[in-house]
Design a protein around this ligand. Structure first.
Ligand code: C2E
Ligand code: MG
Ligand code: MG
Ligand code: MG
Length: 282
């Protein structure tokens, strides 16, 4: 009946099936099959030494080319993968792919490279994470010192005691730990002395326009100084211009990453950068 129809109609909207949420629904449904359909790829963005100008590492960044929805940004699907738990097999796939790739580059006699993988909170807090990482390193035969895990402050701040233990276990494996998006997640710095990690990555928002934005300049300078005083390596993310680069070099930042040098690229293109020995111009 008309009444029932209008009732259904009401329900339809009440359940929140707007165009936006329909899109979310499809995204989630497609995400569930994306791994088995091989729709993911790992892209690599160079990390460049500000001392030698050479590529010293790579950050692995996942890309999803969905057969039905086209390219979907990780900013869109990573949160969804976290909500649904799909992030666990996904991050494991990324880590395996990246370790396999790094080993292949070593066997091809390319310069030694540290590869970094982003870990979601859900993955980090898996009770058997250390065993999983150990297994992946064994299977791929990559020496642990070439693997770095990038964790955000918010991930580390959950569950402090268990986190200290887990970071210690991971460090015992011989891998490196980086704090990603430093300065954006948590307001207390006290965690810096509680946890064992190796690298601090200054978030892009502080690096933008450092050469003319005096506040960003002050914050970035202080972060670099503090990192060095704590014996941490410091990397600036999101470097897009020559003047940002010059400022970072002046402040003795260790490494940079950003579009100025290279966007994230597929493995064969990254390999080309290594083969041709692309470096920062002095
Ligand atoms: P993130 O780990 O902080 O990665 C840096 C992001 O900045 C990447 O975005 C990268 O493409 C972008 N970027 C690099 N240089 C520049 C630059 O010069 N300018 C600008 N505007 N952007 C730059 P992307 O690839 O879209 O990834 C976004 C976030 O998604 C990552 O932030 C990370 O948190 C997450 N993510 C990406 N791949 C993975 C993954 O395999 N696993 C997990 N758990 N998270 C991932
Ligand atoms: Mg990262
Ligand atoms: Mg970051
Ligand atoms: Mg980020």
């Amino acid at each position: 009946t008309a009444q029932k129809q209008s009732g259904n109609h009401y329900e339809f909207y009440a359940s929140g099936m707007t165009v936006g949420s329909l899109n979310q629904f499809l995204l989630e449904a497609n995400l569930r099959h994306a791994l088995e359909r091989s729709e993911f790829q790992v892209y690599y963005q160079p990390k460049v030494s500000l001392v030698t100008g050479e590529i010293v590492g790579a950050e692995a960044l996942i890309r999803w080319f969905s057969s039905s929805q086209g390219f979907v940004s990780p900013v869109e699907f990573i949160p969804l993968a976290e909500e649904t738990g799909l992030i666990v097999p996904l991050d494991e796939w990324v880590m395996t792919t990246v370790c396999t790739q790094a080993k292949q580059w070593q066997l091809a006699d390319l310069p030694p490279l540290q590869v970094a993988v982003n870990l979601s909170g859900l993955q980090f807090h898996q009770t058997d994470l250390t065993e999983r990482v150990t297994q992946i390193l064994q299977r791929t035969e990559l020496e642990p010192q070439y693997l770095e895990l990038e964790l955000t402050e918010s991930v580390i701040m959950q569950n402090t005691d268990a986190t200290i233990k887990k970071l210690d276990q991971l460090k015992t494996l011989g891998i490196q730990i980086a704090i990603d998006d430093f300065g954006t997640g948590y307001s207390s710095l006290s965690y810096l002395k509680q946890f064992s990690f190796d690298t601090l990555k200054i978030d892009r928002c502080f690096v933008q326009n450092i050469s003319c934005d005096s506040k960003n300049a002050a914050i970035t300078t202080a972060m670099i100084q503090m990192a060095h005083d704590l014996d941490l390596k410091v990397i600036a993310e999101g470097v897009e211009t020559n003047s940002e680069l010059a400022f970072l070099q002046q402040q003795a930042c260790d490494e940079m990453q950003g579009y100025f040098f290279s966007r994230p690229v597929p493995a064969p293109e990254f390999e080309q950068l290594l083969v041709t020995g692309k470096r920062l111009a002095d």
